[in-house]
Design a protein around this ligand. Sequence first.
Ligand SMILES: Cc1cc2nc3c(=O)[nH]c(=O)nc-3n(C[C@H](O)[C@H](O)[C@H](O)COP(=O)(O)O)c2cc1C
Ligand code: SF4
Ligand code: SF4
Length: 258
Amino acid sequence: MILYYSATGNTKFIATELAKKLDDQCVDLLGRIRNNDYSALHSDKPFIVCSPVYMSMMPRFMSEYLKNTEFTGNRAVYFIANSAGYAGITSWEARKLFKKKNMEFMGCAEPIMPNNYYVSNYKAQSDDEVKECLFKAFDKIDEIANSIQNCEKLKTRHVFFIERLITFPINSYMYKYKISAKDFKVLDKCIGCGKCEEICPLRNISMKEDKPTWGDKCSHCMACIGSCPTNAIEYGDVTRQKGKYNFEEYRHFLNEIR
Ligand SMILES: Cc1cc2nc3c(=O)[nH]c(=O)nc-3n(C[C@H](O)[C@H](O)[C@H](O)COP(=O)(O)O)c2cc1C
Ligand code: SF4
Ligand code: SF4
C-alpha cells in the first residue's frame, strides 16, 4: 500500500508512478489528515510512505498522522521523502517513527522534485529547470521501484548529528515566526468554487460570502495558492513576481517525454 500527502502534485506523481510500476494500491491521506481519522491501515504488501519535505523534516501534520495511525499486516515500510534538493533529517525522523511502531524500516529515498515553496526566499525555477528536474525524477522513480520490487532496502543518505542539531531550532523558528497565512489574499477573479477550502489539510480556510478567509493554523503547504482554478490567490507581493507551482501544469510535458 502506497500512502501519500501532496499539496501541489509532486508527491502524488511519485506515488502514482510507483503504484503503476509495482501494481500496488495508492491512498491519498488528505481526507484522513483533515478529519483526524487515525483508523488502522492494513496492507499485505510492504507499506510505502511518500511525503514532501518541509523545513528539512516531514510536514508536522504528516508525522502527527503517521504517529497516531496503526499499521497492520506487512511490517516493512519504505519511505520516499521528496524535496527541492535537501531532504534534511527526514530519513532519520522516519526511521525513528517507524522503529517505535515496531516496523522494519526499509530505507528512505530522496528524489528531487521541482520547488513549490515560492513564498519563501527560494528563487523561482524557470520552466526549463522544472522540466529538467521532472525528467531526472523519472529515472529516480524507476530506480526506487526496482529496489522495492526486488525486496531490497533503499540506499539511505547518512544524516549527520550536526544536521539534527541545526534543523530542530530552525524548524521550530520557522513554524513559530515565519509560517503564517496572514499574507494570503484573494482577488476579484475568485469564482467561489470552494476548492481552496476543500484541499487545506489543516482546515485553515473557510468560505465567507463565497470568498476564502484564512485562519491561523497554516503550514504553508501551498495547496490553496497552487491549486486555485482561476489563479485568484496571492501571497503578499511575492507570488505576483515569482508565480506559483502546480505539477499538473507540466503533465502534458511528461506525457510527451514518456
Ligand atoms: C513549507 C515548505 C517547506 C519546504 N522545505 C523544503 C526543504 O527544507 N528542503 C527542500 O529541498 N525543499 C523544501 N520544500 C519543497 C518541497 O519539499 C517540494 O517542492 C515537494 O516536491 C513538494 O511536494 P508536493 O507538490 O507533493 O506538495 C518545501 C516546501 C514547502 C511548501
Ligand atoms: S479555489 Fe480560487 S476560485 Fe475557488 S474559492 Fe478558492 S480562491 Fe476562489
Ligand atoms: S491555508 Fe496554509 S495549510 Fe491551508 S492549504 Fe493554504 S497554505 Fe496549505
